[in-house]
Ligand binder design. Structure first.
Ligand SMILES: [Fe+2]
Ligand SMILES: [Fe+2]
Length: 506
C-alpha cells in the first residue's frame, strides 16, 4: 500500500492542506494519507488563547473528512514534547512494514530540509512528495529535489500541482475563507484566534472608563471561573468583554439595533431601560464581532439569567454581579462562593435580585423568576444525587408502597467502596420484581436521580445501581441463595421505620 504521511502544526488546518493532500494522492496514486498534527513543543510560550493540541487534532479530523482516503493520527501528540520526523516515520514503518511511505511537504520545507534532524534517515524511510507553494517555483524545486537526492539518497517526487496559496498564519489573522465550513464552525464555537487586543480596544471605545474597568473585572473573574469549572477561557473572555458593550448607548439607538437584527424583546417600561442592553450587546456580538451562539446567549442572559442556564451563562451572570470593582457589600462573599459552588451562587444571586426588586416595589422580570425556580430545582436534585441516604429513603418508600416484603437496608460504607448503602427486598413473582424496579426508578427520576445501570442479574434478582446506593430486588429463593445479609454481616442495619414514618407524619 502507498501511504502518504502529512505532518504539521495544523493551526488551523485549512483548505490548502486538503488540496495539497488530494494533489499528491492523485499524482502518485497513493492509497491513503495520514495527517499527523505535531505536539506542542515544551517550554515554547504560546500566545494567550491559542488552540490546544486536542483542538488542533479535532480540527484536523474535520478537515480530513473532505479528503478521500485520509485519516488523522495522534501519534505525535500522544508522544508529546519534541517529535522528530525521522522517529515518527520509524513508528509508521513499524506499524505498516509492508507500506511504501511518502512524506508530504511544501517547497519551503524542501528548501530547508538539510537543517532537519537526520535527513538521511528520513530519506531511507520514505520518499519525499513535494507540492508547490508558489507560482514559477518549479525549476527551483526540481533543482532542490536533485540536490536532496544526491545528498541523502532516496527519492524526491515533485508534484506539479497548482500552487497552494493558503496559509495558517492568514487563517489565524482572520481570513476564514480558507477554512472548510466544519473547521470554520469549530474555530467560531471555540472562539479560537480571536484578536483579543483588537476586541478590547473596540469595546473600550464604546464605554466610559469606569464601565470598561468593570468589563475587565468581569473578564478576569469569568476566566478564573472557567478554569475552575472546565469552560473554555476563550469563550468566557469574549462573552465577558462584550457583555456590556451596548450599556452606554442611548435607548433609541439600542432599539434601532434590536430592530435591525430582528431581536424580539418584551420588556415593560419598568425594566426596558435596565435590561435591553443585554439584547443589544448580544446582537452586536453576533453581527459585528462574529461570535458564536453560545457566547451571544451568555451575553443576552447576563442581566436576567434563564431557566436552562449553560455553564457559560452562569459564569457571566455571576461574574457580572461580583467582580472585584463591584461596590455591593455582598460581592466579596458571592465571589468566593462562586469559586466553590457556582450553582449555589446562581441561586443566591437570583434570589437577591428578586428580593431587591420586590422591596423596591418593582416586579421582577419573568425570566428572572423562572430562572430562580429552575436553579433551585437543579440544586435540590444535585443535593439528592449527592446524598445516597435520600436515594435509599425514596426507594424504600416506593418499594413499601408496592408491597415489597422484608425490606432491609445495610450501611456498607465501612466494608466496601462499591456503595454506601445496599437495599435488599423480596418480591412475590417475576412480574412483581419488575413492577418494584419500575416504581423505584420512576420515583427517583421524579427527584432528578437516574441509575448508573439496571440489570436483571438473573431472572430472580434485579440490581439497580445508583452509585452510593445499590438496590437489590429478589425472589424469595434467590434471596436465600445469595444471602447478601450474611455476606455483609458486619454491616450496620438501618432502621427503615424512620423513613416510612416520615411519610405518615405528613
Ligand atoms: Fe449589564
Ligand atoms: Fe456588567
Amino acid at each position: 500500500m502507498k501511504t502518504g504521511i502529512f505532518g504539521g502544526t495544523f493551526n488551523p488546518p485549512h483548505e490548502g492542506h486538503a488540496e495539497a493532500a488530494r494533489a499528491v494522492m492523485r499524482a502518485l496514486s497513493l492509497d491513503r494519507i495520514i495527517f499527523v498534527p505535531t505536539a506542542q513543543p515544551p517550554h515554547k510560550a504560546l500566545p494567550r488563547f491559542s488552540a490546544t493540541e486536542e483542538q488542533r487534532l479535532c480540527m484536523t479530523r474535520l478537515m480530513a473528512e473532505s479528503v478521500e482516503g485520509a485519516s488523522v493520527s495522534d501519534i505525535e501528540i500522544l508522544r508529546g514534547g519534541v517529535n522528530y520526523t525521522a522517529d515518527t516515520l520509524s513508528e509508521f514503518k513499524k506499524l505498516y512494514p509492508e507500506d511504501e511511505l511518502y512524506l508530504l511537504m511544501g517547497t519551503d520545507m524542501l528548501l530547508s530540509f538539510g537543517a532537519w534532524k537526520r535527513p538521511a534517515d528520513i530519506c531511507a524511510l520514505a520518499s519525499l512528495a513535494v507540492f508547490r507553494r508558489e507560482e514559477n517555483d518549479l525549476e527551483k524545486i526540481k533543482a532542490a529535489a536533485k540536490e536532496t537526492e544526491k545528498a541523502y539518497g532516496g527519492r524526491v517526487c515533485v508534484i506539479e500541482n497548482d500552487p497552494i496559496v493558503f496559509s495558517s498564519t492568514k487563517a489565524r489573522g482572520g481570513d476564514r475563507q480558507m477554512l472548510s465550513p466544519a473547521v470554520e464552525k469549530y474555530v467560531s464555537d471555540h472562539c479560537l484566534y480571536v484578536d483579543t487586543d483588537a476586541l478590547c480596544e473596540s469595546v473600550k471605545g464604546r464605554l466610559s472608563e469606569k464601565r470598561y474597568a468593570h468589563t475587565l473585572g468581569v473578564a478576569s473573574l469569568s476566566c478564573e471561573l472557567a478554569r475552575i469549572y472546565g469552560e473554555e477561557e476563550n469563550r468566557a473572555f469574549c462573552a465577558a468583554v462584550l457583555h456590556d458593550c451596548a450599556k452606554e448607548m442611548p435607548l433609541s439607538e439600542q432599539l434601532s439595533i434590536c430592530e435591525k437584527y430582528g431581536v424580539k424583546q418584551d420588556y415593560d417600561e419598568d425594566n426596558l431601560k435596565e435590561l435591553i442592553h443585554a439584547d443589544t450587546a448580544a446582537a452586536l456580538a453576533k453581527a459585528e464581532y462574529n461570535m458564536c451562539d453560545d457566547v451571544c446567549r451568555a451575553i443576552k442572559y447576563h442581566t436576567t439569567g434563564n431557566d436552562e442556564m449553560t455553564l457559560l451563562d452562569k459564569i457571566i451572570y455571576v461574574a457580572d454581579a461580583c467582580e472585584e470593582n463591584r461596590k455591593w457589600d455582598k460581592a466579596p462573599a458571592l465571589r468566593e462562593q462562586a469559586k466553590r459552588d457556582l450553582d449555589g451562587a446562581v441561586v443566591f444571586l437570583l434570589d437577591e435580585t428578586v428580593k431587591r426588586l420586590e422591596k423596591n416595589g418593582k416586579k421582577p422580570y419573568y425570566r428572572t423568576r423562572t430562572a430562580l425556580c429552575a436553579a433551585k430545582d437543579t440544586e435540590r436534585k444535585k443535593k439528592m444525587a449527592d446524598e445516597p441516604v435520600s436515594i435509599v429513603k425514596t426507594a424504600v418508600k416506593a418499594a413499601d408502597a408496592k408491597k415489597a416484603s422484608d425490606i432491609t437496608v445495610l450501611k456498607v460504607a465501612a466494608q466496601t467502596t462499591l456503595a454506601d448503602y445496599f437495599v435488599i427486598m423480596t418480591g412475590m413473582t417475576g412480574v412483581h420484581l419488575r413492577a418494584l424496579s419500575e416504581e423505584i426508578e420512576k420515583k427517583l427520576k421524579e427527584e432528578g436521580v437516574t441509575p448508573h445501570h439496571i440489570e436483571g442479574v438473573t431472572s430472580s434478582w434485579i440490581l439497580m445501581d445508583y452509585g452510593g446506593a445499590v438496590i437489590n430486588i429478589f425472589l424469595q429463593d434467590a434471596r436465600e441463595m445469595y444471602a447478601l445479609e450474611r455476606l455483609w454481616g458486619d454491616a450496620e442495619t438501618v432502621d427503615i421505620n424512620t423513613f416510612l414514618s416520615e411519610d405518615e407524619e405528613k
